[in-house]
Write a protein that binds this ligand. Sequence first.
Ligand SMILES: [Zn+2]
Length: 827
Amino acid sequence: MDTPKRHHSDKSTSMKQLQFLFVFTLLLVSACTSSRKPEKAVTAAAKPAVRSYDLVEDYRPARSLDMKVVHTKLYLKPDFSQAWMRGTAYLTIQPHFYASDSLILDAKGFTLNRVEYIGDDFFRPLKYTYDGQKIRMFLGFNHAPRKNFEILIEYIAKPNELENVAGSAAIQGAKGLYFINGDGKDPNKPTQLWTQGETESNSCWYPTIDAPNQKTTQEIYLTVDTGFVTLSNGELVYSTDNGDGTRTDYWKQDLPHAPYLTMLAVGKFAVARESWRGKEVSYYVEPQFAATAKVTYPNTVEMLEFYSNQLGVPYPWNKYSQISVRDYVSGAMENTTAVIFGEWAQRTERELLDGSSESTVAHEMYHHWFGDLVTCESWSNISVNESFATYGSYLWDEHKYGRFEADRGLHDNLRAYLNEAKRKQENMVRFYYEDKDDVFDSHSYAKGSRILHMLRTEVGDEAYFAALKLFLTRYAYQAVEIQQLRLCFEEVTGRDMNWFFNQWWYAKGHPVLDIQYSWADSSQEAVVTIKQKQDFSSTPRYRLPMQIDVYTPSGKSTHRVVLSKAEQVFRLKSSTKPILVNADAQKVLLCEKKENKTAEEYIVQWKQAPLYLDKLEALQYLRNQQTPDARAVFLEALEHPFWDIRVFAISNWKFTAWKEDADLFERLKMMAKSDNDSRVRSAALNKLGEISPQRASATFEDALSKERSLRVISTALRNLAKADSAKAMREAAAYEQERFVKAAVYDVYGQLGDASKLDFFESDWANAGNARFQWVNNYVDLLTRLNDAALKKRGLDFLKSKEKEVSGWQLDYLKGIRKKLEEPTAK
Ligand SMILES: [Zn+2]
C-alpha cells in the first residue's frame, strides 16, 4: 500500500489517519513525494515505548497452508441498494503435504446459501460450521496431498453489516468492499463500488484463505448495470450483454497472486488507453477528468520500461491499469494489474501544475515486482513489499530527475523514521506486534528504503541489481522472507551478508554517531574519531563501512574505512592540513550524528562537496551565522538550480537584516513572481509575509491576479490577509469552489469572516474533501472569534449533526473539537 500509500499498536496514529493526513499534506502544503506520511510531533525527551511480548504465545507465524486455494472462480453480482454482494465461488483446493479431511476458509460476515463438494458428476452438500468469520468444512474423507478437488459456495457478502458480526468498530475500516452512494441519493457523489484487500479484508466479499502466502489464479464474472464500467485484475476476456439492462464482464488472471491483491471497481469512469510492449496500459478517472486521464498517472509507460530494464525482469503481468475512486480508505493500493488511488490523484491541468501522483505511481508499480510477484510470507515480513516499493520511488526519481531530487526524498525517509523512532523502535522483521496493521509504519517504508540504499552502496550497483534479479526470478509467484533475499545477495557477491541483515533487519534502533575531526601536525594526519553512542543494551553496535573524503586546496582524496568499535580513531594521511574532512561522504548512513565541523569547513562543504545532503547540512549550520561569508553562501543558495535548496534558503535563513535590506526584499519579490517552481514562489511569498506583509501587499495581489499555480494562489491569499483584510476577503470569495484553494479560503474566513460566513462553511461541509480537517478548525475559529452564544449553539448543533457522517479518528476529532468549543470562553 501507499502511503503513501497506509499507511496502522499506536492507535493514535493509525495508518488510515496518517494516510488522510498525508493526502491533505500532499494537496495543501507541497508535493510530498516519497515520504508517504507526515511526521508526528513528539517531545524530544520521549522514550520509545517498550511493549514486552511472550516469545511463544505472542509469536506471529505465517499461515499454515495444509490446504491451499490454487484457483478461484467467482460469479459476482453487486446489489447497490442493499450494499450486498451476491456471489458464487468455485474454488480449486489442493492439500499441501498432509492428507486432510477438513478445510477452513475465511469468509467474514456472509450469509451462506450453499456449501458443496463438487465431484466428477455430482454436487454433494458439505457439513460445515460457520461463526461469521470462518467456514469449517468436513469433507467426509481424507484428501491425498497434491490432489486437487473443487468446492462451491453460494453466498451473500454484507460488508456494511460486518460491525454487528464482528462486534468491533475497527472493522469499518477493514470491510473489504465499499459501496459509495449505492442508493444514488447523494447529489455530491457518483455511485461506485471498490475493494481494499490489504491486509485481510478481501475475505469480506469472497471466500478464500486470506493470507499473503496463499496464491491463486483467478476468474471473475462480474454482472453490473450496462451504464457502469468495471475493472479487475488481469484481462477483460469478454463482455456479455444480458439483455436485461445488465452486462457481465469476464476478467481473468492466469498468473497466481495473493488474495489481498484481488480487486474490483465499478462506476462511471472515463478510460484512456495506450500500450507498452503489446500490453494494455489504461487510465481510469471520473468523466470530468477525462482530459487529464493519462497525466493523472504520469510517465506510466516510461516507468514500466525503466523498471523492467533496471531489474532485468520484464513487468510480469498482462496489463497495467490505474483508477481513482471516491472516499478511498488508503492512499493507493498495488492490486495486481489494477492499482487503486484515492480521488486525490485526479487533477485538472491547472491542479497538475503543483505536482502529481507520480511518486505514488512509482511506488505502486514497483510493488508489481516486490509484493505482487514475490510476496511477503507473512505481515511480519512486510519489508519485502513496502521497503522495496518506497525505494522504487527513489530509483525512479534518480533516473528521471537526478540525484538531488532522489536524495531529497531519501532524506524525508530518514526524518520520518527518526521521528517515529522517538516513539517506537521495532525490528524490521517483526514476529511480534499487537495488530497486523501496525507493521505499515515508517519502519517498513522509510527506514527500509534507507536500508536498501545502504545495501546497494555496500555491494555496488551491479551486484545489487543482479541479486534482485536472482531473487525475483527464483521466487517468482512465491511468498518469501527477507532471509531469502540475503541468500541471493550472498550467492551473487560470494560474501557473507549476515552481519548486514542482522543489524538492520533483525535488530531495532539505529546508530547515534559523534564524529570529531582534528589535525595531527606532527604525523601529517587528519584524525577522525567516531563514537557509537546508542544504547547497546537494546541496539546493536553497528558495523558501518563508510567513505571519508579529505579536501585540501589541491584536491580531494577518498578513504574507505569500517567503523565497528564503540569508539574508533581513523588516521588519514594528508600532505597538507585539510580544509574539510567529510565523514560518510556518500551520505548513506541511517543514523543520527553530531560533527564538530566549523563554519569555514561547512563553507567548503557547500562549495565543493557534491551531494544534496552536503549542501543541506552546510545550510543548516550556516543559517544562524551573520557573517559575510555565510551571507554569500545563502545568496548563492537562492540561485541554486535545485528548487529545494532555494526553498530552504528562503525559509530557513535567519538573516537578522531581512527587513532593512531593500535589495534582498526586492529579490524575494522577484522570486515570488518569476521563479520557475511554484514551491519556490510560494516560499518567497511566505517569507515576504513574515518580513513585512504591508510592503509586499502589491506582490500578493499581483500573484492573485496573474498566477496559474493554485499553491501560490493559496499562499498569496493567506499572506494578503495579514496586510489587507478587506481585499483578502474579496479575493477569497473568488476561490470558494476551487478545491486546492479551499483550505486557504477557510483560513481567511476563520480569521476575518463575519457571521455571514457561517452559511458558507455549513453549505461547503460536503465539498470540503481533503480540506475537511481545515474546515473543522477554521469553522471553530470563526465561531470562537464571533463569541456569540446563539451562533455558538448553532455551530455546536451543526457539528453534532455531522458526527454521523464520519467515523473512526475523524469522529473522535470532531467530538474533541466540539467539546472544546463547548467550554466557556476564558475571560
Ligand atoms: Zn506500498
